[in-house]
Design a protein around this ligand. Structure first.
Ligand code: SF4
Length: 300
């Protein structure tokens, strides 16, 4: 259960692994409008200007939850639009007030990471900011353009390497199914995503995280409209598993410390482990799931 202090505007989202974090709003909504994403459609984007008010909320969390708070997640969709000096000030204050704090994280868009200098990111890490969750979705520039992600494969690689250098842990989220049901496009989406995973590997063996989710088409999005008018069709169950297989198959055999995780509720198959070590085991599991589905003639 999350720790909250009444500072949030609904709807509120956070990564599954932040289920026990204190949620502190530093922005409302998201600056982007990706075609598949319904998360912040009802919110007008704003950066919260009242730093003192945010600090009071952190004080309130201290008085409500004492030393229980070990994690903080900065809301909303793109906290990295906030100026670096403000993020640094808020992060440092969190650690000052909450002595047992171990993790401070946020969603971040690659372009907003790239706008910050190496020095600013390193200062943020020194202040105690520990992890960014970045919605990458695909390594395929065509897919990224079609879904209006606002970033390219090159941008994601540069942003990941910047975070590695600064000491901010990188958690990248991909979206299986985003290329639709065309087998060639689906395969390219998987191969280019693997290529990007390889390019994002840190030069030093520090932990980093890759989590493919599976597309769920939400009403009210552009992708929903495209599905209704036949311009986009979701791939089958087997095609999604094949995408996952191809993505893993094309990752470098020597990736180190890459924690790979498909245990999000949207996924058809749950895999978790270190990608370099578990690559063959993951492929075997996916292969079994595909042949089991085929054997039982499931029409997925
Ligand atoms: S950047 Fe993330 S939160 Fe914002 S619209 Fe795109 S997918 Fe949604």
């Amino acid at each position: 259960m999350n720790f909250v202090v009444g500072n949030l505007t609904e709807p509120v989202f956070r990564p599954p692994s932040e289920w026990d974090a204190l949620l502190i709003a530093v922005t409302n909504g998201c600056t982007h409008r990706c075609t598949f994403c319904s998360m912040y459609r009802t919110k007008k984007f704003e950066i919260r200007k009242e730093i003192d008010e945010i600090k009071q909320e952190i004080d309130l969390a201290r008085s409500m939850y004492g030393n229980q708070v070990r994690k903080i997640f900065f809301e909303d969709g793109n906290a990295f639009t906030v100026k670096p000096e403000t993020l640094i000030e808020i992060t440092a204050y969190c650690h000052q007030v909450l002595p047992n704090l171990e993790k401070v994280s946020a969603y971040a868009h690659a372009k907003d990471i790239l706008k910050k200098s190496d020095e600013e990111l390193a200062d943020l890490a020194r202040a105690g900011f520990t992890m960014v969750y970045v919605g990458i979705e695909s390594g395929d520039d065509e897919v990224l353009k079609a879904c209006r992600k606002g970033a390219s494969q090159d941008d994601f690689e540069l942003a990941a390497q910047k975070c590695h250098r600064a000491g901010i842990a990188w958690s990248g989220i991909f979206l299986l199914g985003l290329a639709g049901n065309d087998p060639e496009k689906s395969r390219k989406h998987a191969i280019e995503s693997a290529k990007l995973i390889n390019r994002m590997a840190p030069p030093e063996p520090i932990p980093w995280y890759i989590s493919p989710l599976t597309l769920e088409i939400a009403p009210g999005t552009e992708l929903w409209t495209q599905q209704q008018n036949g311009a986009f069709q979701m791939g089958s169950f087997i095609q999604i598993l094949e995408e996952l297989y191809t993505m893993i198959e094309h990752t470098d055999d020597h990736l180190r410390n890459c924690v790979f995780n498909t245990n999000h509720a949207s996924n058809y198959l749950s895999l978790k482990g270190e990608l370099g070590d578990q690559k063959q085991a993951f492929l075997n599991t996916i292969e079994k799931a595909i042949s089991h589905t085929r054997r039982h003639n499931h029409n997925w």
